[in-house]
Design a protein around this ligand. Structure first.
Ligand SMILES: NC(=O)C1=CN([C@@H]2O[C@H](COP(=O)(O)OP(=O)(O)OC[C@H]3O[C@@H](n4cnc5c(N)ncnc54)[C@H](O)[C@@H]3O)[C@@H](O)[C@H]2O)C=CC1
Ligand SMILES: O=C(O)[C@H]1O[C@H](OP(=O)(O)OP(=O)(O)OC[C@H]2O[C@@H](n3ccc(=O)[nH]c3=O)[C@H](O)[C@@H]2O)[C@H](O)[C@@H](O)[C@@H]1O
Length: 464
């Protein structure tokens, strides 16, 4: 089966970059990315391609090449569904904030709305691809909704989880470790649908790297991969605290451990805590699924990864307070970085939000610089926590576009995102403008201790 028209519902961090790459690599396929968010679609269509709503290195060039050739962004969801042979669902699947499973389970209302819309609009057979990260067995619920409309349309449901990481999305999409496609491997129609999606990826990914499995394995592999990755960060962060007590250095430990080829060196960088839209939500979802099957030990095992991460954020913020003579009340604390990692403007679940909130509870005055995150976003992140009034957040937090101004007359600086440019700052100049003693807290192990101490900083780095 040859796919000619693709529709992707959801023009977010996954839908946008993924579809841009498919469109670039498959010029014979028309790809339409749709979203109910009008501003987001307008930004994807902005004449100046630098204004697309998601910052990812290399993405604007790909969009510039494919947009209006075979890549389209639109708010007309019905029309795109109607035209498509293959529909990717790439909508958000946040943690439920109400009702059964509140704070743990994935909220599938956006997924269900998509399924109902497809069922209402479709007039001919469709392949529906789960691109969003979903609880294992969601495909069954989707099929149930789609098959019960009685309009004679046949649907094949595939699971094709996305493994890209933000900040390296384009590179991850161009050179994936693997592409995973789950489908109904027991029927000819299922095999045909799987093959149609394999053929798309085969435009640029070698056949050996395209894995096909049953749907449930594919759905669960995505949650498993994120759980394992987050577990590594929590494992090294647990060691970072022990390092601080014993004189060991976490960077040396992670190097020594990572050179064991069975362990491997990636994802062993100690930090102020992992953030991002997915690790926490996907592990909580996994914990919820395990609990719902009565697997309490399995649930508790994975829950510990989140408990450790929360502890790491809190412990870093507490260290600032303790070091500043047990009070930061009225003191200016400069935060360098707000994004959850470098090279992205995404702030979802960023450790910076929680560190700032903790320090604000201790009555600190917070000043923030991040090269890619907007002032409105920073306030929105703090408001979302609901810890204090919106007015108070604006009074007590200042956002500036100049890192030197942010550090001017500060009692302490905390590095919360590992942006390269922080290494290049004129630290002598920063030191001069600060109040003394000048405290510098490196939550990312980004800065060189020796040179900072030579300048005169009181330097604290996580895990040493
Ligand atoms: N952000 C990431 O790096 C990764 C995310 N994922 C998964 O991909 C999924 C999407 O994540 P993001 O792209 O980050 O989310 P996002 O929030 O950036 O984008 C989702 C988009 O879907 C739109 N949407 C929701 N319901 C809709 C509907 N009924 N019709 C049309 N549009 C609708 C929203 O307006 C939003 O723009 C999630 O399940 C996430 O877990 C997977 C891998 C990586
Ligand atoms: O499902 C998802 O959303 C994605 O989640 C992560 O990608 P992402 O969250 O974009 O970024 P990561 O590079 O994984 O970083 C996550 C967090 O862990 C932190 N981290 C990562 C690695 C490390 O060694 N130490 C560490 O503290 C980062 O600073 C960041 O806050 C996974 O890496 C992707 O494979 C997955 O597709």
């Amino acid at each position: 089966m040859k796919i000619r028209n693709i529709c992707c519902i959801g023009a977010g961090y996954v839908g946008g970059p993924t579809m841009a790459v498919i469109a670039q690599k498959c010029p014979e396929i028309n790809v339409t990315v749709v979203d109910i968010n009008k501003e987001r679609i307008a930004a994807w269509n902005d004449k100046n391609v630098e204004n697309i709503p998601i910052y990812e290195p290399g993405l604007s060039d790909i969009v510039a090449e494919a947009r209006d050739r075979n890549l389209f962004f639109s708010t007309d969801v019905d029309q795109a569904i109607d035209k498509a042979d293959m529909i990717f669902i790439s909508v958000n699947t946040p943690t439920k904030t109400y009702g059964i499973g509140k704070g743990m389970a994935a909220d599938l209302k956006f997924i269900e709305l998509c399924a109902r819309q497809i069922a209402r609009v479709a007039k001919d057979d469709k392949i529906v691809v789960e691109k969003s990260t979903l609880p294992v067995r969601t495909a069954q619920a989707l099929k149930n909704i789609l098959d019960n409309t009685g309009n004679g349309v046949n649907y094949q449901i595939l699971s094709n989880p996305e493994f890209l990481a933000e900040g390296t999305a384009v590179d991850d999409l161009m050179n994936p470790d693997r592409v995973l496609i789950g489908g109904d491997i027991d029927t000819a129609e299922g095999e045909e649908a799987i093959q149609a999606l394999v053929d798309i990826y085969a435009h640029w990914v070698s056949k050996e790297q395209i894995l096909t499995t049953n749907v449930w394995s594919s759905e669960l592999s995505k949650l498993t991969a994120n759980a394992f990755l987050a577990q590594r960060v929590s494992s090294i962060n647990a060691m970072s605290e022990l390092c601080e007590k014993t004189g060991a250095d976490v960077n040396e430990v992670s190097r020594a451990v990572g050179m064991d080829s069975r362990i491997g060196s990636k994802f062993l960088k100690s930090s102020v805590g992992f953030g991002g839209s997915c690790f926490q939500k996907d592990i909580l979802n996994l914990v919820y699924i395990a609990k719902s099957f009565g697997l309490d030990e399995v649930a508790d095992y994975w829950h510990q990864v989140i408990i450790m991460n929360d502890h790491q954020k809190k412990r870093f913020a507490a260290k600032i307070v303790q070091t500043l003579f047990n009070t930061v009340s009225g003191k200016k604390i400069a935060l360098l970085g707000w994004a959850f990692k470098k090279d992205t403007n995404d702030t979802r679940e960023s450790a910076a939000i929680y560190v700032a909130d903790y320090l604000l509870n201790e009555q600190a005055e917070i000043v923030v610089y991040d090269p890619k995150v907007t002032e409105e976003q920073i306030y929105a992140d703090l408001d979302y926590l609901g810890t204090r009034s919106e007015k108070e957040n604006r009074e007590r937090v200042t956002v500036l576009k100049d890192p030197y101004k942010v550090c001017d007359k500060a009692h302490a600086i905390a590095v919360l995102t590992e942006w390269d440019e922080f290494m290049e700052l004129d630290w002598q100049k920063v030191y001069k403008a600060m109040l003394k003693p000048a405290f510098l807290f490196d939550g990312r192990r980004l800065l060189d201790r020796k040179t900072k101490e030579e300048i005169g900083f009181e330097f604290y780095a996580i895990g040493s």
